[in-house]
Structures are given as structure tokens and as C-alpha cells.
Design a protein around this ligand. Structure first.
Ligand SMILES: Cc1cc2nc3c(=O)[nH]c(=O)nc-3n(C[C@H](O)[C@H](O)[C@H](O)COP(=O)(O)OP(=O)(O)OC[C@H]3O[C@@H](n4cnc5c(N)ncnc54)[C@H](O)[C@@H]3O)c2cc1C
Length: 387
């Protein structure tokens, strides 16, 4: 749902200009230094990028899902690292509180997440628990008016920058699965938390992940999200349903950038006396990419509208995440191919994007996990979704 076309147009124009004038020109520096310049982060804060999805009552823009995906299509035409630094505040790092937090928790934390004063991170994955997230072993044991947390979280986006973690931990060790898991808000500076060295990654330089180790970390009872034990896994899944639509939108943005760059290259590169864009085999790659890009964009807008409408979109979100991330991988591969040797050389953005977008098929639920979610739901229904 777009609440006000004029305001949305204004916001989209601001993002488009910011991407063109500030982000794309800084991409190489970010890739070389593995750091987003402070000035750019400050501008992002000023424009309000950290609070796009936080409700207006807490200082954010309170974007609807449709407004958010439209904005993400534009924003993610620049390197994914730029989305990553503000992405957790708009997604997995804030939505646990937005969706299931108590009024006190919202009052206390959301304004600081919306302003970007705090960076929020989402700590679910562990060394022994990735796709099988419900098997997590980090424990939170009640001791008077605090929970004592012990365990290690792995690959946590923005952990080195984080001021606040949404942490999933087991409060009931007798319950081995999802039912024993609770979600907490944990301040990064709390005693007993160590953030590991940033991981060395295949791509997305400028976006950082690290281990987060909890050793007898004492978390106030008031930081249990929603004030109820045993709800944490459900909270995490609600957060991820929304996140999967945003990741899908990021895949559309990245794919449209790669296709644009490739069009420019194939129109200027000549072989056999003419631009290679004139060759039908190159056009086939461009056409397949365009058609798939359009399909991904359309399904994401549809799912976003349904979510705004109050429908349960968990299957739609998995379809979107799976299709859009796989589409993005195929587009990246074709675009490298259409660049020929240049596609393998780091002077061209496509080489970097090829590595950057590989992540989309892995995090927030791999393609195989999306297949399982969709497949199981279909088997349960016994019929195709008729929309
Ligand atoms: C850069 C990066 C950022 C990340 N950010 C975060 C973050 O902010 N917060 C967070 O909590 N996590 C984060 N993650 C973790 C990410 O969500 C997990 O890596 C992902 O869910 C996969 O888990 P895994 O790595 O343990 O792989 P595994 O679960 O070990 O999977 C390995 C392979 O087995 C397949 N597989 C697993 N189970 C099945 C099955 N039942 N059937 C078929 N195939 C199966 C998978 O699809 C995959 O191909 C991040 C990861 C990366 C790399």
C-alpha cells in the first residue's frame, strides 16, 4: 500500500539521487577499505534511512511494506554493503521489537534505532545451528531479576558496529525445539559480551559480520521481548518473513544495476565490426535477465501488498526470496559472461557484484530452506496456492 503517492515520489527521488551522486561513486573506496565512509553514514542518518520501517510514533518513517520494497529496489542499485549498514535497523535488528515488543521496550529502544544512534543486530545463527535454527543452544537462565546468557552466535551482520542485539536464546532447556526459545534485547556494551574479529568474506566488503560470545552476560528481565518466555522463535520467524521480502527487493535492485551496466558495456564494446549488443546470443542473455527481473519485481510488489493488507505471507515471502535470489545469481552470471574477459577483471563493477550477490542465496534462509518451507506448506494444503 502506498499511503501518499507524492511523499513516496519525493522519497524515491531522494534515494535515487543519493545512490547516483553519493553511493555509486564511493563503491570502489568501500571495496578497497572495507569501510563505509563516516560522512556517508552521517548523511544516511540525516535523511532518515535508519528509521524507514520504524513506526512514525517512534521517530521513523513507518513505511508500509510496499513503500519499503519500492525504495529498496532503488537503494540496492548501489553495492549491497550500503544497504547492510542500515538494513538491520530497518529489518532484522529492529523488527523483533516493532512486531512483538512491549510498549516500554518500544519507547526505550525504537527512537534510537530510528535515528541510527544505535545499530541493531539479529543474533540467531550459532556454530552448530544454522538452517536448523530451532536447535540453538545458547542459554538464558533466570536468576532473580536477570537472565544469565551463555553461548556463541555466528556470522552476525553489523556485530562490530552494533549497539543492540536481538538475541534468540533457550530459556527452557527441557524443550529442545522452537518452544524453548525466547528473544531478548541485549545492549552490546553489557559485561560478558565479546565481539570476535570481523569475518573475512567472499564479497560485500564494507559490511561486517562476526561472532558474538556471551559469557555469563546478565540481561534484565525487562528485556525479554514481549515479556513472555517461549515466544522467541515465533518472533524470529515473523522478522524473517518480512526480511525475506526485503532481501528479494535487494536482489531486484542489484540485478537491475548489473543489467544496466551490462547494457552500457555491450552497446559500447565492438567485435566483428559492431556493438556486441547487436548479437542475438548476447540479446538472449539480456532478454532472459530482463524477463526474470520483471517477474521477481512483480511478485515482490504483490507479496508486499498482501502483507500490508494483513494477509499471512510466509509462503509468498519464501517464494520471493528463493526466486529473486536465484534470479539475481543467474543475472550476475550472464552479465559477467556478456562482459567477456572484462567481467573477470576487478576494474569493472560486475566482478564485485558477482561476488556480492552470492550471499543472497544463503542468508536469511538458504534456497533449500525456502524450498522446504514452500514444499511442506503445499503438501499440508494438498493443493496449489490459488492466490
Ligand atoms: C555474510 C553473512 C551474514 C549473515 N548475517 C546473519 C545475521 O545477521 N544473523 C544471523 O543470525 N545469521 C546470519 N547469517 C547466517 C545465515 O543465516 C546462515 O549462514 C544460513 O542460514 C545458513 O546456515 P549455515 O551457514 O549454518 O549452513 P547450514 O545450515 O549448515 O547449510 C549448509 C547447506 O546444507 C543445506 N541444508 C541444510 N539443511 C537442509 C535440509 N534440511 N535439506 C536440504 N538442504 C539443507 C543448506 O541449504 C546449505 O546448502 C549470516 C551469514 C552470512 C554468510
Amino acid at each position: 500500500m502506498i499511503r501518499d503517492q507524492d511523499t513516496q515520489r519525493l522519497l524515491l527521488d531522494t534515494v535515487t539521487r543519493f545512490v547516483r551522486e553519493r553511493l555509486i561513486p564511493a563503491e570502489e573506496e568501500v571495496a578497497e577499505t572495507d569501510r563505509i565512509p563516516d560522512a556517508i553514514v552521517a548523511e544516511m542518518r540525516e535523511i532518515g534511512f535508519f528509521g524507514l520501517t520504524v513506526p512514525e510514533a517512534y521517530g521513523g518513517f513507518g513505511l508500509t511494506m510496499e513503500e519499503e520494497v519500492e525504495l529498496t529496489f532503488e537503494l540496492t542499485r548501489a553495492s549491497p554493503a550500503f544497504r547492510s549498514i542500515m538494513g538491520t535497523n530497518n529489518g532484522i535488528g529492529s523488527q523483533g521489537i516493532v512486531i512483538d515488543g512491549t510498549p516500554e521496550q518500544k519507547d526505550k529502544w525504537l527512537p534510537r534505532l530510528a535515528s541510527g544512534e544505535l545499530i541493531g543486530s539479529f543474533a540467531l545463527t550459532e556454530p552448530g545451528s544454522g538452517s536448523d535454527a530451532a536447535s540453538l543452544t545458547t542459554t538464558a537462565k533466570l536468576d532473580g531479576d536477570v537472565y544469565v546468557v551463555n553461548g556463541t552466535k555466528r556470522y552476525i551482520t553489523n556485530a562490530p558496529e552494533a549497539g543492540l542485539f536481538t538475541l534468540m536464546a533457550r530459556t527452557d532447556p527441557a524443550q529442545k525445539g522452537a518452544a524453548g526459545v525466547s528473544a531478548f534485547i541485549v545492549e552490546a556494551g553489557s559485561p560478558g559480551i565479546t565481539v570476535g574479529k570481523p569475518d573475512r568474506k567472499m564479497g560485500q566488503r564494507g559490511a561486517h559480520t562476526a561472532d558474538v560470545i556471551f559469557e555469563n552476560c546478565r540481561v534484565p528481565v525487562g528485556n525479554l521481548i514481549g515479556g513472555r518466555e517461549g515466544q522467541g522463535f515465533k518472533t524470529a520467524m515473523k522478522v524473517l518473513d518480512k526480511g525475506r521480502l526485503t532481501i528479494g527487493a535487494a536482489c531486484v535492485g542489484a540485478a537491475s544495476r548489473m543489467l544496466d551496466d551490462t547494457l552500457a558495456y555491450t552497446l559500447s564494446r565492438k567485435q566483428f565490426g559492431e556493438p556486441i549488443a547487436n548479437f542475438q546470443l548476447i540479446q538472449a542473455m539480456l532478454a532472459d535477465s530482463q524477463a526474470e527481473l520483471y517477474a521477481a519485481r512483480s511478485m515482490i510488489v504483490d507479496a508486499a501488498r498482501r502483507r500490508d493488507d494483513g494477509q499471512d505471507v510466509s509462503i509468498h515471502a519464501s517464494c520471493c526470496k528463493m526466486f529473486a535470489s536465484e534470479m539475481c545469481g543467474r543475472v550476475a552470471d550472464r552479465c559477467v559472461q556478456a562482459h567477456g574477459g572484462a567481467g573477470y577483471i576487478s576494474d569493472y563493477p560486475i566482478e564485485r557484484f558477482f561476488r556480492d550477490v552470492r550471499l543472497f542465496r544463503i542468508y536469511e534462509g538458504t534456497t533449500q530452506i525456502q524450498q522446504l518451507i514452500i514444499g511442506r506448506a503445499l503438501a499440508k494444503r494438498g493443493s496449489a496456492m490459488t492466490y
